[in-house]
Design a protein around this ligand. Structure first.
Ligand code: UD1
Ligand code: UDP
Length: 376
């Protein structure tokens, strides 16, 4: 038997946990070939934004916690870098796995590459072509310094080639976030979250908002007013992201007393997916939710000017509304329009992405070989 490969994954925010969980399970199933180390940067730290997912998704306790917390972009990124470096030096993994596009992703990729450790990026090649989004900068830089690029949508391949990455680094493996949904499906279907919240199945709107472009400025008040109005026409359930909760308080745009509108703390994964699956549709600016709704065939109204996930609009059930919260008033009609559209699930969003990723990692050189290859 050859030496086991050591894979170290770095997670930090809510959507990272769903993207990495199936890979952790797949690596555990092949423990004769792999050892896995999990690092949690602590970018998200509220129990409802972090611990709950570790418990639900069966990821196990992180081996290292960096406890960086919130901060400006520079400070948060720098703290992850400073605290991750000694961990990577001590663990000396064969591959550092980073999911998504958050500050923790970028920070981890930078630290690893400067130590001569190969970086594998899950969800590579997505582009909104909008550099005012912090995530776009994180994506472009992470892809430029990763040497294994796992993609889940055909246009990602074109974007990476256009940026000079070579085809042999790119692996179309499918969508690990959808793997998690497939694994959790029975638990999601068994929960019946709408009944628990007294919501009529198939008739309510579920809302999530957290992008700075929408919630950090005057548009938040416009969105809040429109949500108040729409809640008189259809029940609305709104699990509120902590960034948004803080801004709603600042703006004094409280929605707590709006008839028909239920504000919740962020909910766990199974509860959220159960609410999503039984809803009339979702109104969101989330990245991951655009994909989950496309898989479930649930209409998704996206309050953004652009999306780095265009396949969810061209093939799936996503409709881009623009950064135009006044359009919330038309939600019932827009949901009908999307429901009438033909849609299908993108190729390889089939629950097997993590297995494909692990197959690729199994063929990757050990750390000494890659370090020798780049001369460190
Ligand atoms: C981050 C990601 C974003 C991702 C989102 C997923 C970056 C630049 N942004 O945005 O791409 O879509 O996570 O949810 O990496 N806060 C808490 N408790 C927490 C976490 C955050 O109260 O557990 C509050 C703090 O006031 C903090 C604010 O939320 O300042 C923003 O948190 P941060 O992680 O900086 O960005 P997100 O908006 O969560
Ligand atoms: N989600 C959740 N509880 C909630 C809201 C969202 O479990 O209250 C899940 C959602 O189903 C998806 C992920 O969190 O799996 C998306 O995270 P988020 O919208 O915060 O980040 P983004 O995808 O926009 O980066």
């Amino acid at each position: 038997m050859g030496k086991r490969r050591k894979i170290l994954s770095v997670v930090g925010t809510r959507p990272n946990f769903m993207k990495v969980a199936p890979i952790v399970s797949a690596l555990q199933r092949r423990e004769e070939d792999f050892e896995h180390v999990l690092v949690h940067t602590g970018q998200h730290y509220d129990a409802a934004m972090s611990e709950i997912f570790f418990n639900e998704l069966g990821v196990g306790e992180p081996d290292h916690r960096l406890d960086v917390g919130s901060g400006t972009h520079a400070r948060q990124t720098a703290m992850v870098m400073e605290r991750l470096e000694p961990v990577l030096l001590a663990e000396h993994p064969d591959v550092v796995l980073v999911p998504g596009d958050v500050n923790s992703t970028l920070a981890a990729a930078l630290v690893a590459v400067k130590l001569g450790l190969p970086v594998a990026h899950i969800e590579a090649g997505l582009r909104s072509f909008d550099r005012t989004m912090p995530e776009e900068v994180n994506r472009v830089v992470t892809d430029a310094i990763s040497e294994v690029l796992f993609i889940h949508s055909p246009e990602a391949h074109e974007h990476l080639l256009a940026e000079g990455r070579s085809a042999e680094l790119i692996h179309y493996v499918g969508n690990t976030m959808i793997d998690t949904l497939v694994v959790m499906r029975e638990r999601i279907d068994a929960l019946d979250a709408p009944a628990r919240h007294g919501l009529p199945a198939g008739e309510y709107l579920i809302v999530t908002l957290h992008r700075p472009a929408l919630v950090d400025g005057p548009l938040l008040r416009v969105a809040a007013d429109a949500l108040r109005a729409i809640a008189r026409r259809m029940p609305v359930v709104f699990p509120v992201h902590p960034r948004t909760r803080a801004r709603l308080l600042c703006e004094d745009a409280t929605l707590a007393d709006a008839p028909g509108l239920m504000m919740l703390e962020p909910v766990g994964y199974v509860e959220f997916l159960s609410l999503l699956a039984e809803s009339a549709g979702v109104l969101t600016d989330s990245g991951g939710i655009q994909e989950e709704t496309t898989f479930l065939g649930v209409p998704c109204l996206t309050l953004r000017e652009n999306t780095e996930r265009p396949i969810t609009a061209s093939m799936g059930t996503n409709l881009l509304l623009g950064l135009a919260p006044e359009r919330i008033h038309d939600a019932p009609e827009l949901l009908e329009e999307v429901r009438a559209r033909k849609h299908r699930i993108p190729p390889l969003w089939d629950g097997e992405a993590a297995e494909r990723i692990v197959d690729v990692l199994a063929g990757h050189p050990h750390a000494e070989e890659s370090a020798a290859a780049i001369g460190v």
